[in-house]
Structures are given as structure tokens and as C-alpha cells.
Design a binder for this molecule. Sequence first.
Ligand code: ACO
Length: 338
Amino acid sequence: MPKILRTAGIVGTGSCLPEKVLTNKELEQKVDTSDEWIRTRTGVRERRLADNDTAASDLAVPAAVQALNDAGLSPEEVELIIVATITPDTIFPSTACLVQDRLGARNAAAFDLSAGCTGFIYALSVASQFISTGAYNNALVIGVDVLSKIVNWEDRNTCVLFGDGAGAAVLKGVPGGKGLLGLHLGADGSGGPLLNMPAGGSRLPASIETVKNKLHTVHMNGPEVFKFAVRIMGEASLRVLEQAGLTKEEVDFLIPHQANTRIIDAATKRLGLSKEKVYVNLERYGNMSSASVPVALDEAYRLGLIKRDYKIVLVAFGAGLTWGAAVLNWDLEPPERS
Ligand code: ACO
């Protein structure tokens, strides 16, 4: 990593999940699937679904409020907001601007970032650069996705996998040796067709045909994405550790993207970690795309599973194809249980 002028660290987290639960049993009524298939092939038991009138910003704002409270920062003090999402409220304006307005964070610059399920780690990396250079003193980073709105509910290959949610983190400058110790981002655009939503952009604007052909929904080559994910989660984790000058034996906790337990198990094995050191919540939430990593981080922190001075690896992969990993020296005491 280039010379760091000032280290950025996470000083507060938050999350928000819709109340509505959709179980595998209920999905059996919608598509030709079974609870047994979903659990054994993915690990998912149930997921949360946003209501018809709930958009990304509606989940992002409560997650952000919680993270700001945790960090002791008022909305007016926020200098930068980055929202990682592939399901923004609208193509424009950005969801970050909608969040900025609803928070009353009128002094913050705001923009969205699209990197599929790796979005939160990309956003964390971008925000940390602004803090390292001194351009901003703090940043609010949100990962939010409402995949239920763009899933084809007749396609059993995809609709059983996803859920909705939002997670947030506040970043600030922290003493050297604390906070973000390493970052690794990657992309392979040639893999774009493996996981995409074909229509709704400037290539295929909305038309009766695109709607009829379900081109405004998630299209995925599951087995190819699976192979990529199994390889890249381990590789990216090892790369970021090397960059931070740490060995895999020094890792205290892993927060992986929550797509499939078989993918998480492969990454866990590659790092030689015991299962107690890996946070998994996908059985309750499914794959929440950009929200998976920050929601898992927030939960693990609030449960007291992450302690001060723990070396934590965050790792994700997603549409793009993209991947990313970060290693942090955690510098927060677990908050009061909330
Ligand atoms: N219920 C029952 N059967 C199913 C279902 C289902 N929900 N879905 C697929 N099947 C069937 C298939 O049709 C296939 O049947 P066939 O052999 O008769 O053709 C069989 O099950 C096996 O299908 P595979 O695709 O080979 O199953 P696989 O073991 O690869 O598991 C899965 C599929 C779970 C999708 C896996 O490939 C996976 O997890 N891939 C990665 C997905 C992922 O992480 N995507 C990230 C997206 S995030 C983002 O950036 C938006």
C-alpha cells in the first residue's frame, strides 16, 4: 500500500433490516424448490424482505443514524457520504443524496458506488483515501441493497438466494497501527455477463419488450460465479494480509460476504481459521449484496464477538466481477447491548 498520511478507522456501526421474514417453506409455494435444497446448497433458511413502498434509502437512513449515534457524530458534522448499492431508489439522483437530505447532513458531499456485493469494501476503501489525505475528517459509508425488487420471483436459480438490508459505518482518522491496516480491490470486467441486470440502463432502456422478457431482473450463471467466489475469497484475504504484513495465524476474526456457506467454508479453510472466528448470518438474511458485510460487522460487534485490538478481515466478491478485502485493527469496545 502507498505511504499512508493518516490512518482511517471505523468508529461506529449500524444496521437496518426489514421486519418481514420470508422462509424457505413459504418459497416452496412460489417456485419449484424445497427448504432442504436451499439449506444444503446455500445455507439460507430465511431472508428479510422490504415492503412494496420501502426503497434503499428507507433502510439506509436508520442504519446511518445508528452508526452516527455510535460514533457520537451529528449529521451536520458528516463530511462525506458514500452509498454502495446496485438497487438505488432511482438511477438519479443518487441514493447518497437522498440519504444526505433525510439525515440533515447538509455539509456532506455524497455519491453512490456500484461494485455489486463488494460495494461496501470498495466504498470503505474510497472513503479511507479521503481521510488518509486529510481531504475529509470523517465519512459515512453505507452498504444497502433491496435485491427483492429486482429478482425474478419465477426463477428458482436466483430468487431463493437474496434478502434485503442495510449496514453503515463511520470512518475517522485514528492513531497509526489502528484502523485499516490493508486494502485490496480487484475487478475482472470480462466476467460481467455472469451476473447482471441486462435492461434499464442506456444499453437497453425500459420497453415493453424488456419488461416482458424479464430483463430488469438479476441474471446469473450460478456455478461459474460459485467457482470464481471460492477461488477469490481466499486469494483476496491472503493478499490483504500480505500487504498489511500479517500472517493468517494473526487473524482474530473473519467477516466474509454472506452468499453461500460453501463459499464461506472454502475461505475459512484457506485461512486455516476455526469456525468460531468466522461470522455467518446468511441463514437468517440470505445474500444482502452490499449490505452483507456491514450488517455482519455490526452484529458481530454488538454481540461482543469483536474485541479491541482484534485483527479482522473483511472480504467480498460480486457483480462486475469484483472482489475486495480489508484488514482492520479493531479499536472499539463492544457497545451497550441494544
Ligand atoms: N431449488 C431446487 N433446485 C434448484 C434450485 C432451487 N432453488 N436452483 C437450482 N436448482 C437446480 C438446478 O436447476 C439444477 O438442476 P439440474 O441439474 O436438473 O439442471 C440443480 O439444482 C443444480 O444446480 P446448480 O446450479 O449446479 O447448483 P449449485 O450447486 O451450483 O448451486 C447456487 C447453485 C447456490 C446458485 C451456487 O451456484 C451459488 O451459490 N453460486 C454463487 C451465487 C452467488 O454468490 N452470487 C453472488 C451474487 S451477488 C451480487 O453481486 C448481486
